[in-house]
Design a protein. Structure first.
Length: 135
């Protein structure tokens, strides 16, 4: 009998038809539950805090579940933390975004989206919620 590190037969854990059922389930998804955060705002430095708060407020008014991360941490750390929490979109706000009044969205899987205005990105999110909407 094969025994894994936990003292359990690994084949009996997710072997055979159960593993296939889990991976072939069309409702299985890595996106957060309906009550989860959909967008997290990440600032590069403290100087972008006011703009980040303003944009975050616009997203809340549009009904987008979002959070604001103003901690004094490295940007890479904040990005990794959002990826682990499986937040679908991260919006990095730096000096360039403040000066051009745009947002720089980034998908959870590393997908980089070109800078958009706040209204354009909110419209994109709204289209994603509609079945058959934009990618």
């Amino acid at each position: 009998m094969l025994v894994g590190s936990a003292g359990v037969n690994p084949k009996s854990f997710l072997g055979g038809p159960r593993a296939f059922a889990l991976t072939s389930d069309p409702t299985f998804s890595f996106t957060p539950a309906d009550d989860g955060t959909y967008v997290v705002f990440l600032t590069v430095t403290d100087s972008q805090e006011a703009y980040a708060r303003q944009v975050h407020q616009q997203f809340l008014q549009a009904g987008v579940r979002s959070e604001l991360d103003l901690r004094n941490e490295k940007l890479g750390y904040k990005v990794r933390e959002a990826e682990v929490q499986k937040v679908p979109y991260m919006i990095v706000i730096g000096d360039k975004e403040v000066s051009t009044a745009t947002v720089a969205p980034r998908g959870r899987k590393g997908e980089k989206i070109p800078p958009l205005t706040v209204a354009e990105f909110i419209a994109r999110l709204a289209a994603e919620r509609v079945p058959g909407g934009a990618p």
